[in-house]
Design a protein around this ligand. Sequence first.
Ligand SMILES: NC(=O)c1ccc[n+]([C@@H]2O[C@H](COP(=O)([O-])OP(=O)(O)OC[C@H]3O[C@@H](n4cnc5c(N)ncnc54)[C@H](OP(=O)(O)O)[C@@H]3O)[C@@H](O)[C@H]2O)c1
Length: 325
Amino acid sequence: MQALRVDRLSDDLSGLTLADVPPPDRAPEEVLVRVRAASLNFPDLLMTRGGYQFKPEVPFTSGLEFAGEVIEADPASGFAPGDRVMGSNKTGAFAELACIPAGKLSLMPRGMDFPAAAALGATYATAFTGLVEQAQMQEGDWVLVHGASGGVGLAACDLTRALGARVIATTGSPAKAGRIAALARPEAVLVAEGRFRDRVAELTGGRLADIVFDPVGGDVFDESTRCVAFGGKLVVVGFTSGRIADIPTNVPLIKGFSILGLRAGEYARRFPERGRAIQSAIAKLAEEGRITPAIDRILPLARWREGFEAMARRELVGKVVFQPG
Ligand SMILES: NC(=O)c1ccc[n+]([C@@H]2O[C@H](COP(=O)([O-])OP(=O)(O)OC[C@H]3O[C@@H](n4cnc5c(N)ncnc54)[C@H](OP(=O)(O)O)[C@@H]3O)[C@@H](O)[C@H]2O)c1
């Protein structure tokens, strides 16, 4: 079968090849799935460089998230051949076949196609865990979402609106503002440069943001500490800017806000029941048509480089989905 292999770590994708490899051997607790679509997440890019907190040994098959059809499963797994499923593991999705523990699979939402299902799981679980589970988002809250053109950022905007809170989206790429506005339909799209706190104050009638959802870090995080309301929450999601910010601990004390560290995957591993509840809540919202993942482009897996480069060059508004075969 064809699989996108990372043979060595590299900063320029030169360590990746689309190779013919033997099909995976299924362990009894695993389910064998024919991958119909798999989506690219920022951690996939970081893993090709050795820059993610999880560092798989090379060689490995890239890709953490996919949707497809079950080919083989033990009856005890709860899955049967032909089931349309979506799953997320740390690696192995960018291939024609994937083997995955049954606990990391769920049935696709009814009515959803494979590309949308492949783009749904990781980003919406990240947004849901951060906003709903950890920050306890309420209807009417003002939520400032950074990196809003990204997969996680757009999911956070979409989920916030679906749950009746108000979104202010930010981007570091002014040219993307129109597309973000059309997809995320926020109250406003701000360019996250300089002192954007004044615009947040203006938009919220002086209240500031009840929740800041920050996948960017660096200067954006620094300014965010000025955008969060008293009693508010600043959710640390990631560091796409490349800089992990330092913050003196008197800042959250004086301003009375909390900093929450988000690790959505680890949260679901430690609290499997909550993880399943989050997946069900997301599937229900998707089935009701209240959330829809934004897809920037769908590419055959053979054009994997185009997708990875577009992400690295920060060109995307929404997800890249690969289709093997
Ligand atoms: N904590 C968790 O549990 C968890 C789970 C999943 C992902 N994450 C993290 O969430 C972040 C976003 O992931 P994603 O899959 O949504 O990535 P993505 O689709 O590539 O989106 C990232 C966005 O960050 C913004 N950005 C700002 N500075 C950037 C820079 N220097 N280089 C590239 N992008 C930059 C870009 O938006 P603009 O151009 O609009 O500014 C970009 O669209 C990553 O750090 C990832 O590791 C965290």
